[in-house]
Design a protein around this ligand. Structure first.
Ligand code: COA
Length: 350
């Protein structure tokens, strides 16, 4: 390989983290006008993991990142990217803090903000850094303390969104080796930015100088419209990514979609003609964890032995922005991948 010609990003490690507290549908139904039956039938979710007070995104990201670095067998990277909707603060980004807590202070570190599509935007960014020679090794984390922005009184979002983190380590390699990330397809439509939003807190609201309604500091979603766009856009992106990779739908061994809602995932898989035996899913156990969803699911699938070296994997996601994306990859040869870290989630003392 001379210079950067022919370089591709290759997955070298996977890890994940879930906060220890498990909240079932019945617990939500005790304080919201909803039921286990409604939540299961409309979303496919039975339970989820939520952070305890005092734990936020960086703690989850650090645990998932450490687990991915361990799986990669090397603790050094040149770049850390954190995809999140729930940064520790509006300013600065969360990634430098995560890098420092992993003993990586000094490396490039930045956040990616694309809500539930954040991991795929991050993957495209990481692959670009590797392809251009900006980095040889990248740690990409999708992490969310999403419950911190959910309005506890809003039954339409409180039953769906949850907390967790997943991470991958990418290294420079070649497109024909197991683990190589294929062409990424990304898109957006800012005309529909109001469908998924936190109205207050940013410069748009602050510049008007008018106090915000308390509810406007919470995440808001127009679920029915989101549902329709999610199915259409994600299917289109998946088909475009498959076409660019030169794969047909029947070539896909494992479809790993963002776990938005079980019905959305099923509708997309049906349009792609990918049967349930080839669909990965963990939404029943973890809910919709936004930018953490795909890497959490990859780690789950790997830990359960459902991904073998050379398997052809299709990733696809949709989220606020609106944003959407898809990519292909082949599964790498990895040492045993650990189940999600849970007990070790800790904020630093002080
Ligand atoms: N429990 C009980 N009833 C609820 C409810 C809940 N948790 N949430 C909403 N409802 C009610 C609504 O108020 C509505 O009542 P109405 O008919 O009297 O007005 C009824 O259920 C149907 O609401 P609707 O929003 O049409 O339901 P739906 O079948 O579309 O399901 C979502 C709602 C949110 C599950 C669904 O729209 C969805 O999954 N959207 C996409 C969400 C998503 O994935 N977002 C992330 C994208 S990354």
């Amino acid at each position: 390989m001379s210079g950067t010609a022919g370089r591709a990003a290759v997955i070298a490690g996977v890890g994940s983290c879930l906060p220890p507290r498990v909240v079932g549908n019945e617990e939500l139904a005790r304080r919201l006008d909803t039921s286990d039956e409604w939540i299961r039938s409309r979303t496919g979710i039975a339970r989820r993991h939520l952070v305890d007070p005092g734990t936020a995104t960086a703690a989850l990201a650090v645990e998932a990142g450490a687990s991915a670095l361990k799986s990669a067998g090397r603790a050094d990277v040149d770049s850390v990217i954190v995809a999140t909707t729930t940064p520790e603060r509006l300013c600065p980004a969360t990634a430098p803090q995560v890098a420092a807590r992993l003993g990586l202070a000094g490396v490039a570190a930045h956040d990616v903000s694309a809500v539930c599509t954040g991991f795929l935007y991050g993957l495209a960014t990481a692959a670009g850094q590797i392809a251009t020679g900006l980095a040889d090794r990248v740690l990409l984390v999708g992490a969310e303390a999403f419950s911190t922005i959910v309005n506890p009184a809003d039954r339409t979002t409180a039953v769906i969104f949850a907390d967790g983190a997943g991470a991958v380590v990418l290294r420079a390699g070649t497109a024909d080796e197991p683990g190589a990330v294929g062409p990424c397809v990304l898109g957006s439509d800012g005309d529909l930015s109001d469908l998924i939003t936190i109205p207050a807190g940013g410069s748009g609201h602050r510049s008007r100088g008018v106090p915000a309604h308390p509810d406007d500091h919470y995440f808001q979603m127009q679920g029915r419209d989101v549902y329709r766009h999610a199915v259409e856009r994600t299917t289109e992106a998946a088909l475009a990514a498959l076409a660019r990779a030169g794969w047909r739908c029947e070539d896909v061994d494992r479809f790993v979609p963002h776990q938005a809602n079980a019905r959305i995932c099923a509708a997309i898989a049906e349009r792609l003609d990918i049967g349930s035996d080839r669909q990965a899913s963990n939404i029943e156990r973890v809910g919709n964890t936004a930018a953490a969803s795909i890497p959490l699911l990859l780690a789950d699938e790997a830990a359960a032995g459902r991904l073998a070296s050379g398997d052809r994997v299709l990733l696809a996601a949709f989220g606020g922005g609106l944003t959407w994306g898809a990519t292909t990859l082949t599964w790498p040869e990895l040492a045993a991948v650990a189940a999600p870290a849970t007990a070790a989630v800790r904020e630093p003392a002080g």
